[in-house]
Design a protein around this ligand. Structure first.
Ligand SMILES: [Fe+2]
Length: 197
């Protein structure tokens, strides 16, 4: 019997070029929050403020949120770390201020959501959006007061700019919220300034 000769196909093994992937270092991308895509029909936000105005107001609110978060954290930080003969006064005063500011963060972020936009919620985003310089090290009590005074005033300027934007677009709830924030932070600034006089 003739043996069937099997043709064996030799498959040339292809060399797969292996690129050495450089280790990926993901740099935190500190950017403003993404705009929610316009939804069709019933899902579209239709509250009588144009898409462009809602986007503009949300952008301003994201800066107010970032400044508020920074003021909150700085005030809590100083509540923990203040020292000196004014300890009790400052420790208690800072607690009152950071507690109030902490509670306001929610209202600011949720107003952004009601306008159809996402709220920033990471340290990277807050750092990119905030107009306030964070403290380095542990300042002394007088420096803490001066830094908080300056931070509350910076936040007031940001809130005032956002108010103008909301007011021009007939956005009463945002204007109302920002009026309240201005009242609080300008009062905080007055009280802090009084400690230095
Ligand atoms: Fe405490």
């Amino acid at each position: 019997m003739a043996k069937a000769v099997k043709a064996v196909k030799k498959v040339a093994s292809k060399k797969v070029a292996t690129k050495k992937a450089a280790p990926k270092t993901v740099a935190p991308k500190a950017v403003a929050p993404k705009t929610v895509k316009a939804a069709p029909g019933i899902l579209a936000v239709n509250i009588g403020i144009s898409d462009a105005d809602r986007a503009r107001i949300a952008e301003e609110l994201s800066k107010v949120l970032a400044d508020s978060y920074t003021v909150y954290l700085m005030t809590h930080n100083f509540h923990w770390n203040v020292t000196g003969p004014m300890f009790n006064t400052l420790h208690d005063m800072f607690m009152g201020q950071y507690t109030e500011t902490w509670q306001a963060l929610d209202a600011i972020a949720e107003r952004m959501r009601a306008l159809g936009h996402y709220a920033p919620g990471t340290y990277a985003q807050f750092a990119a959006l905030s107009s306030i310089q964070e403290p380095k090290g542990v300042p002394d009590a007088q420096q803490m007061i001066a830094m908080l005074l300056s931070a509350n005033e910076a936040l007031s300027r940001t809130a005032r700019q956002a108010f103008d934007c909301a007011d021009a677009a007939d956005d009463q709830p945002t204007a109302d919220l920002l009026t309240q924030r201005l009242d609080v932070h300008e009062k905080n600034a007055w009280m802090l300034r009084s400690l230095l006089q």
